[in-house]
Ligand binder design. Structure first.
Ligand SMILES: [Zn+2]
Length: 235
């Protein structure tokens, strides 16, 4: 016979699993997870916007440096033009001056593009920053509610664990080891009786006598190789 204590232990394990399952199905548990994911996403967005803003600041600083350089060259050319009378040289410098003015126009265009992108970033940044506290508050609320639900079942969980510790003292350690190995692997161990002295009471698979004799040697249970159930002898 399988020990009564082992079966009681198992039924308490099943109750624990049920409690655990119910908690995971709890609305606040599910919502809490969603809020956490959304919060993370929002924080990542803010970090990305930060990096983009810093990149734009560098671009702007570079563009401003270019403006300064071009302005200096323009000023130099203008001074040179002032004292010139030779037409060829005047034409040449005028051409140079025009080139600089065209370059200045293109840098200014670039600056307008940077500022426009900057405005977009500020807007997205404001949106994300307004959203974040709402998400954090939502998470906290669900977390609180879920913790309340978890606290409600805690006394029963503590009680079950105490009962199991007590039962364990009476359970044959070797069968408990098998039980634990199966249970920790995420399965619910199933105990079935040996049928007709040769078959698994679960899957009905025939067990060769030599195998059964070897497996049952010194104990009254074995693991079914076919279905994984724990087969015990009804003696
Ligand atoms: Zn079986």
């Amino acid at each position: 016979m399988i020990q009564q204590e082992m079966l009681q232990y198992q039924s308490l394990d099943m109750e624990l699993a049920r409690i655990e399952r119910d908690l995971r199905k709890n609305d606040n548990f599910v919502k809490r997870k969603q809020y956490k994911a959304m919060t993370q996403e929002c924080e990542e967005t803010i970090a990305k916007l930060d990096a983009k803003a810093s990149d734009l600041r560098n671009q702007l600083a570079q563009a401003q440096q270019s403006v300064q350089k071009i302005t200096d060259v323009i000023e130099e050319h203008s001074k040179e033009i002032d004292g010139l009378e030779d037409e060829d040289e005047l034409n040449y410098l005028n051409k140079k001056l025009n080139e600089q003015i065209m370059e200045l126009n293109s840098v200014e265009k670039e600056i307008r593009r940077i500022l426009r992108e900057g405005e977009e970033i500020v807007k997205s940044f404001d949106d994300a920053n307004a959203k974040l506290p709402r998400l954090v508050a939502g998470y906290n609320k669900c977390n609180e509610e879920f913790n309340r639900a978890a606290a409600e079942v805690k006394p029963r969980v503590t009680e079950i664990r105490a009962q199991q510790a007590e039962l364990k003292k009476a359970i044959d350690p070797s069968i408990f080891e098998i039980y634990k190995k199966i249970a920790d692997g995420g399965l619910q161990p199933v105990f079935v009786a040996l049928r007709d002295g040769t078959r698994c009471g679960g899957c009905q698979m025939e067990i060769p006598k030599a195998v059964a004799d070897a497996r049952f040697a010194g104990k009254n249970y074995m693991r079914c190789e076919h279905c994984g159930r724990i087969i015990y002898k009804k003696d």
